[in-house]
Design a protein. Sequence first.
Length: 486
Amino acid sequence: MTPAEFVRAIRLHDRFVKRQHGGERADLSGESLAGLRLQGINFRGAVLDGTDFSKCTLNGADFQNANLSSAKFDEIVSEDANFRVADLRGASFKAAKLKRASFKGADMRPLDAPKGGETLYCNLSGAFLEGANLQMCKLADANFDDANMQMADLREASMPRVQMARVDASGANLEGADMEMAKLSEASLMGASVASAVFRGAELDEAKLAVVDASGAIFDGANLENADLSRGRFRNASLVGANLRQANMVAINLGGANLSQANLEDADLTEAEVTGANLTGANLSGTVLQDAELADAPIHESPSPAADESILQLSDEADGASQFDLYTLLREHCRWVETDGAAGRRAELEGADLAGMNLAGVYLSGADLRAVNLSGANLAGGKFVLADLSAANLSAADLSRADLSGAKLVLADLSGANLAGSLLGGTEIIARGGQRTGRSWPANLKDARLRGTNLAGVDLSGVIIDGADLAAATYGAAPSQAKPRA
């Protein structure tokens, strides 16, 4: 096509759009317009399938309702371009700059080539789509890998199997979008709204979903391993069977969410809101629940295939039971302490096997932990005030910064344990009703085994250590000299 022919086609098409006499729809199918400056050009309703616009400048260009199937827009520069309800099946926008472009209602699905040829997929990899409008677009199987989609509007978009690896969609609006089986590995959706969106079976491993609003969204069977969901709002969301292994879920709101059969192994739910959530059958092995709110959250864990770490193995003497729900027990114990025994139930775990469990920050003050096996367990920052740990196995356990004030550790095995910065002093005895008595109850390590124990920063003043084995214990700074007491 010559320049004169092109100018004539544009002039006639403009008359066609305005419904003026002598107008003619432009048909530039297969033509190459690469590199031209076409600001403000009006191609509304034009036939442009297979047309090459690569590296064009298209600020304010209008392609509404145009046929652009298999067209090429690679590396174009544009702002405020209009592609509303256009046929963009199989089109390519690789590394295109499309700031504030509108694709509302556009069809960007794959284009099946005739006679069994190669299927063309819409490719927007590396594109700049900040503030773009993609509402209600048909985007099945499209490629947005490495694209910048900050603040983009994708409400009600149909995006099954879309590829969005490493995409930056921070602050985007994906409310009601269908992203079933989407590939979003390492994507950033920080601060985005995905309320009521569908991510069933999606790949979101290592994705950034901090501060996201996912209320009512569906993540059933999704892979969120190592994802950052901290401070996210997932109220009433469905995460049935989702993989949340090692996910950062600090301060997340999961109120009323369904996490049945989800894998939460080694996930961090510190300060999480889990009120009313369904955790039936969830794998909570190694899950950190420090300061989490678990009221009315049913938890019936499934045993790990390798070991029953997520189920307490109690002694036969414990009410004749062989198993018990750990997290329900901890919740009931907290109620028992807070209500001075009026509600809840004291944790009675004599002989329980909790070896290697992650119970950082656990609250077990006043609990019966006689002969419990906590070897190798993470108990850092835990509260064990006045707890009975007689003959307990705490070898190699992490008790750093734990509060063991007034605890009974007679015959306990603390060899190789880390007690750095822990509290082992006495605690004041408070009468029922909250009255202070002025009397102190000392911690008791009589005949305890502390070989190789780390006691750095621990004050042993007043602690009963008669017969205790302190061989090879380390103190960091010189420990206080405890006077043995009978």
